[in-house]
Design a protein around this ligand. Structure first.
Ligand code: ADP
Ligand code: ZN
Ligand code: ZN
Length: 733
């Protein structure tokens, strides 16, 4: 008999320890998923250690009830990562563990995908077979001929081709029999493989060599949009695979995964697997096991694919590394790079961060020589970056144009469409109008659960809360004063499409935002249509800003370039720059010159100026000096404690208590704190919970202090008040 330490799948701080069980099954190993008795229930768990002896009274140790799979789901590496996430993100081991397993697997719901085949018998003789069939049973005869050549075939397809009765007939006559076999569910089956093989440019070869030969773990591939970064990634992956290692390639949006998968499949065939939350449960399950079994050596996915069960990782590529989606905004609040660094350390792997607009933090690390800086300063074939024309919307309004389309953009759209080219119109607001306002009393419609105004959605005539997802029926009169005079404030993508339809009745227009991509392969369908030129204009939110490569796009219109500029977030300048550069980069990627029309109410703004000139390094110099002077990241770490409760007094009272206790810590460590304060959160109420926050900015990489802050505050958590700690949160709302 042996003994196992098991983590049970219950996310509760009081159960956050290992429990000991006994077993005799030799297949049980470290990392195995098992079912164990817990209390009076049976529950899933994972074996984290195996021992020959136990310190406990052996008669009291319960045996493991069942082993779930022979292959351990977790490896030594992923178990270590799980421990690391649990410690550094302040979550239970069970909660960290869930990152590593497809959720469907945990609940044991997924069944193997079985397919029925018709198989011809070994001793079948075609001549005598055909003779024994009635002459008018033509389909049966055809089927027999077909089957005697193919031996084994999918029944569903034979049914279609020869008819069910023919299939039944040959079974009944004893010529063939049915078998069921386990098959792989393959996501994006119909994905056309795209991509020609290209010879790398000299610059690309230099970049490749630099990344492979550097003694630094992380390389920052700083290359303008269209400079051929993807081709460098593919070559890096190829070289790693040839050494028998594996690769993880991350992109910021699920929407970008099919495009990348298509390129990977072209080159590596079934060796590439995809993992993201948009797949069906069965597909994800099968892809996950293909990776775990080593059948697929390349993983492509969004953030969570960093937890893929690959062994012997050789390279981790994080494309568009500056993107906010690489930070998890719910527990466990991990940063993808932080996990990647751990995996790289364990495997001796390299990390590549790619971007045309690196985050200020990453670029600083490159400047400080912590990262290997690799540049691709030119587009492939030296195509120029698109020319950006700035339109001052204030003067449009003065000239009497109240439309959100400036006259310049209208003219350019006409030219673009007349030349048979395509255009992209960008606006980072989904829905029809951002708000609905009563013109009589000024009441803005708000969510009953959140302190947030509701967005009007034209398609289903509803008011939607973009924070909690609550949906309300559209009103026809003000809920406050009953007035029928309602005004729509702020434009969304739906309205843009409707107006462009009026302006260009012959143009086909597609819309891509979170609403139009609800279905499983929604993103894929829209992008596919657009790339096949079944539409002329693509209107969309930030979903369309990144990565996509549409050769026929020669015009990009940015409707409201200032939108993100006026957020009171220390990253707003950086974000605006990134967004404009990314969207603009969609234009003129192939042979024809591209153009960008950028509409703004503050044309003199320095960040817009830098973006227009693609002057990242000016932006960097400005930003880094501001961050230094104001003690913001990367010169400090922001630690935010969010205290939320359904009762406002409870949230407020708890905040005060924590603040008072932390004040002691603050006074004792005066030199480590650059800021310490408490206040209401910018969104005061969310999903019916009142939110308060304690904000601190402390010296960099001071984990001991962060831990003290956490331990001090988490004591106050109970069933009425929830406390979470965020380190350098991406979103401070
Ligand atoms: P990035 O990822 O830097 O935005 P891409 O890798 O998408 O750029 O490359 C832009 C375009 O240039 C793509 O259409 C790609 O196929 C093409 N391309 C990349 N490298 C080469 C090369 N060495 N020769 C010819 N075309 C290339
Ligand atoms: Zn009113
Ligand atoms: Zn809401």
């Amino acid at each position: 008999m042996k003994f196992a330490n098991v983590i049970v799948d219950i996310n509760h701080s009081e159960i956050d320890k290992v429990f000991e069980y006994s077993f005799t099954d030799e297949n049980i190993n470290i990392g195995s998923r098992v079912i164990v008795p817990f209390g009076n229930k049976l529950i899933e768990g994972i074996v984290v250690a195996v021992k020959n002896t136990s310190d406990y009274d052996q008669s009291k140790i319960k045996p493991i009830y069942k082993l779930l799979e022979e292959i351990p789901a977790l490896t030594e590496e992923t178990l270590g990562l799980m421990e690391y996430i649990s410690k550094s993100c302040f979550v239970t081991k069970a909660s960290a563990l869930r990152l590593f397993l497809p959720s469907e697997m945990r609940k044991g719901k997924i069944k193997d995908f079985m397919v029925d085949f018709l198989v011809i018998k070994d001793d079948f003789n075609l001549e005598s077979g055909l003779l024994s069939i009635k002459s008018n049973a033509v389909k049966q005869k055809e089927l027999l001929v077909f089957l005697s050549e193919n031996k084994k075939y999918k029944i569903s397809e034979l049914n279609k081709e020869f008819g069910q009765s023919a299939v039944k007939g040959v079974i009944n006559k004893g010529f063939a029999y049915k078998i069921s076999e386990k098959m792989q569910r393959q996501p994006y089956k119909e994905l056309s493989s795209k991509g020609k093989s290209v010879t790398l440019t000299e610059k690309q070869v230099e970049a490749l060599n630099s990344i492979e030969n550097t003694n630094k773990t992380v390389s920052l591939l700083f290359g303008v949009t269209g400079s051929g970064k993807t081709e460098v990634y593919l070559n890096l992956i190829n070289n790693v695979i040839n050494k028998g290692k594996t690769a993880i390639m991350l992109v910021p949006e699920i929407a970008l995964t099919p495009q990348m998968l298509s390129q990977l499949r072209t080159r590596f065939g079934d060796n590439a697997a995809i993992l993201h939350s948009g797949l069906s449960a069965g597909e994800r399950f099968d892809e996950w096991w293909r990776i775990r079994n080593g059948e697929a050596q390349i993983v492509i996915g969004a953030r969570s694919a960093i937890f893929a069960p690959t062994s012997n990782v050789g390279i981790i590529i994080i494309d568009e590394e500056h993107d906010g989606s690489y930070f998890s905004e719910s527990n466990p609040r991990y940063s993808t790079l932080q996990v990647a660094l751990k995996r790289a350390e364990y495997n001796g792997a390299k990390i590549v961060l790619g971007s045309a607009t690196p985050s200020i933090e990453s670029f600083r690390k490159a400047v400080m020589k912590e990262y290997n800086l690799v540049r691709l300063p030119e587009r492939i074939n030296k195509r120029p970056l698109p020319e950006v024309e700035v339109i001052d919307m204030r003067s449009e309004v003065r000239r009497g144009n109240n439309s959100f389309v400036s006259s310049a953009l209208k003219t350019e759209l006409e030219n673009c469409l007349n030349n048979g080219n395509q255009a992209i119109i960008f606006l980072n607001q989904r829905g029809y109008s951002k708000t609905v306002i009563c013109t009589e009393c000024g009441k803005v419609q708000k969510c009953t659960e959140c302190d947030v105004s509701l967005t009007y959605h034209y398609e289903d005539n509803s008011l939607l809360c973009h924070y909690c997802g609550a949906k309300y029926k559209m009103i026809d009169s003000c809920t406050e004063c009953g007035s029928k005079f309602l005004r729509y404030g702020g434009t969304g993508t739906e309205k843009v499409v409707l107006e462009l339809n009026k302006m260009f009745p012959n143009a086909k227009i597609l819309r891509m935002d979170r609403d139009s991509t609800q279905t499983k392969e929604g993103h894929f369908e829209i992008l596919n249509k657009f790339s096949k030129q079944q539409a002329d204009i693509l209107v969309g939110t930030q979903m369309i800003a990144k990565g996509h490569d549409f050769p026929k796009v020669t015009l990009v219109g940015i409707l409201d370039a200032d939108m993100s500029l006026h957020f009171s977030d220390f990253r707003s300048a950086e974000r605006t720059f990134q967004l404009i550069t990314q969207v603009a980069g969609r234009s003129g990627r192939a042979d024809q010159k591209g153009k960008v029309i950028l509409q703004t109410y503050s044309p003199e703004n320095s960040v817009l100026r830098q973006a227009i000139n693609y002057d990242y390094e000016s932006l960097y110099r400005n930003e880094i000096s501001i961050r230094k002077a104001t003690a913001f990241p990367p010169y400090t770490d922001i630690v935010r404690l969010l205290i939320s409760s359904e009762k406002e007094e409870v949230a407020l009272e708890t905040t005060k208590q924590i603040y008072n206790e932390l004040n002691q810590l603050y006074l004792e460590n005066r030199e480590d704190f650059r800021f310490f304060g408490c206040m209401k959160a910018p969104i005061k109420r969310l999903q019916n919970k009142f939110r308060y926050q304690i904000l601190t900015r402390i010296t960099e990489d001071n984990f001991a202090l962060i831990e003290q802050i956490y331990n001090t505050s988490v004591k106050y958590q109970n069933k009425n008040v929830f406390i979470s700690l965020e380190l350098n949160p991406n979103n401070l709302s």
